[in-house]
Design a protein around this ligand. Structure first.
Ligand SMILES: [Zn+2]
Length: 301
């Protein structure tokens, strides 16, 4: 059920035919498929409009990030599965807003829960490769779905803004920046589209009707879409990854600058200087954690 194989990357489809190769560009190729998803009713400043639970496949589906342990949400997932037993319940990382529903969903459906680490899953809509991308947490992974030209990025990126939480003790900034590189390598290995199509399924609040995956009519290579667990899909992955990296490097630069001016190597002391005194009180803890990760990163160099 969970085989570890050499990952072939987004450049190759499930049957080993390269996407967008010179000879193939002139021919109609497999049309990317779309995931279905639900948005859990757990909105907050950290989860945006709520955790997205993705379903890839129909008769042999995989569930990615079952979400918080909220009965209405779990019932909505079960309804969307429409009697199918998932081949795997995948959790991008073990934070409760992603993973807490896994046990209930496994009990109801009889599906196995992915134990963590690299893995290849076979659904009836193609294979999904789970690739470790630590940084937000040590166990974080992304799910690469070549047949859908899609990467489910968990909390590596959010669907809005330019930052995600990286804070000790779980978070590690060096790991995070390397994981952005891993994702960028996957995305840039795919050919650039001539014109971007917002390759998104329809979001649904938990409990609403199911939406069928829509095929995209195109003979050109489709762009890669990133599906974060929070916020809408990202259809400009290269720019988004660059934005997230730039934001973090700029923060590192400004902390180095403050230290060089003699400010103490202490998150509390740096908070107002880096984030400004007007920072939303609900975000101060996250900002303090983020500064701690930056200090750890600087001190480890
Ligand atoms: Zn998380």
């Amino acid at each position: 059920m969970c085989r570890q194989e050499a990952f072939s990357g987004l450049l190759t489809s499930g049957n080993g035919v390269p996407y967008g190769s010179g000879s193939e560009r002139n021919h109609r190729r497999a049309i990317p498929m779309k995931p279905r998803w639900l948005i859990a009713p757990n909105p907050s400043s950290m989860t945006l409009d709520g955790t997205r639970t993705f379903i890839v496949g129909r008769s042999q589906p995989a569930v990615i990030d079952p979400g918080p342990d909220i009965e209405a949400h779990i019932n909505a997932i079960v309804r969307l599965l429409d009697g199918a037993t998932p081949v795997m319940i995948v959790v991008t990382h073990n934070h409760p807003d992603h993973s807490a529903a896994a046990a209930s969903l496994a009990r109801i459906t009889g599906a196995p829960i992915h134990p963590g680490g690299p893995c290849r899953i076979r659904t009836d809509m193609g294979e999904i490769d789970l690739i470790p991308t630590p940084g937000h947490t040590p166990d974080h992974l992304i799910a690469v779905w070549p047949a859908g030209r899609a990467v489910f990025v968990g909390d590596l990126l959010m669907g809005a803004g330019d930052t995600t939480l990286v804070a000790p003790p779980e978070g590690n900034l060096g790991d995070y920046l390397r994981s952005l590189d891993v994702l960028e390598a996957l995305v840039t290995a795919a050919p650039a589209p001539a014109e971007s199509d917002p390759a998104a399924g329809d979001p649904m609040p938990a409990g609403s009707r199911a939406v069928e995956p829509q095929a995209v009519e195109s003979v050109e290579a489709e762009p890669v879409t990133l599906y974060p667990a929070h916020g809408p899909p990202i259809t400009d992955p290269v720019a988004a990854i660059a934005r997230y990296r730039r934001h973090r490097l700029e923060r590192i630069r400004r902390v180095r600058e403050a230290l060089a001016e003699g400010l103490p190597s202490d998150p509390e002391a740096l908070l107002d200087r880096i984030y400004g005194a007007g920072l939303d009180s609900r975000l101060r803890d996250a900002a303090r954690g983020s500064l701690a990760a930056i200090l750890e990163y600087i001190n480890s160099r």
